[in-house]
Design a protein around this ligand. Sequence first.
Ligand code: NAD
Ligand code: UDP
Ligand code: UDP
Length: 336
Amino acid sequence: NASAKPPPEPSPLRKAKFFQANMRILVTGGAGFIGSHLVDRLMQNEKNEVVVVDNYFTGSKDNLKQWFGHPRFELIRHDVTETLLVEVDQIYHLACPASPIFYKYNPVKTIKTNVIGTLNMLGLAKRVGARILLTSTSEVYGDPLIHPQDESYWGNVNPIGVRSCYDEGKRVAETLMFDYHRQHGIEIRIARIFNTYGPRMNIDDGRVVSNFIAQAIRDEPLTVQLPGTQTRSFCYVSDMVDGLIRLMEGDNTGPINIGNPGEFTMLELAENVKELINPDVQIITVENTPDDPRQRKPDITKAKSLLGWEPTIKLSDGIPLMEDDFRSRLGISRKK
Ligand code: NAD
Ligand code: UDP
Ligand code: UDP
């Protein structure tokens, strides 16, 4: 239509906004371990504006201090179990303690975070039309009866155990994601994250890689929980962040396993840490906690074919990178 008026020029403000940031991204739990690395990666793209929401239960402002004062960055102290009003295009929903010590500390709060927190983020996604990614977990497979675990496996989870606030909480969170998707057409992405490690993990958060590395640096015995033959598969955090962004940007809802298929017994992990960090350190066995899964290894066929993703950093390369970070935070340098 030749007589139609050209569209009005964007106001100088909108123009500036448009060139500064095309995508406003909310990261819940962004002050935590994985969240803060994700924020670093998102901030590297100058078209992104990043809003972090965190209640600092297990995370720390320190993990984000490099972005304080940056015009494309905003940090809000907020608990996701409360209503949140922000305007965003994408939501990475990570808020939830991940270490068993912390998620068992106040199990009712863990359930609320997983269920009410995810419901609120879905309500937000619905109101503003945002795409939302949930960081679910390999714990949804419980103590798995098939090995390795692929996404079609429904899991073997104790509904009334001490880990249930976390595993069952994440299972409900996944259900909510799919119900909002089917009922309200929300664009969803679900990542099932397997054990992840790297710099900025809480030094005393009780997870196995952080425990062993801190123990080796402090010259304390490495505490292998019995029987020691239980297995896990450990993914370095930069690989994890890459997988999460690919999932968010791709066309698949998931659930998609994101993890490193390299599988180790806890005794093997202890031996590896000992060899790499402190050959003189002792390895001892200690009591385990209930419902500890006996084996865990991701089948990443889906991640490879649908996201073109696979991990690039093997454990023996990742441990020294984490050691550097732990040494500088503990103030203990390498022995000459
Ligand atoms: P983390 O504990 O370092 O980070 C979680 C963050 O969420 C923290 O900053 C914490 O303060 C915040 N948080 C907790 N409850 C909150 C609430 N109610 N409101 C607002 N913020 C809240 O853990 P992480 O290792 O970075 O894990 C991030 C996500 O990845 C979690 O959803 C976790 O379940 C999932 N995940 C992690 C692993 C792993 O090995 N690290 C494995 C599977 C799944
Ligand atoms: N919600 C939120 N931010 C929003 C929109 C909704 O935190 O911008 C919360 C809201 O408090 C509600 C939840 O998300 O408890 C689910 O919202 P939805 O609109 O799906 O359900 P309803 O409010 O109709 O129960
Ligand atoms: N574990 C261990 N020593 C420790 C801490 C944990 O042997 O000091 C074991 C634990 O029994 C489990 C495995 O390491 O079999 C992984 O535990 P973590 O808490 O890191 O993660 P998750 O159980 O959530 O996979």
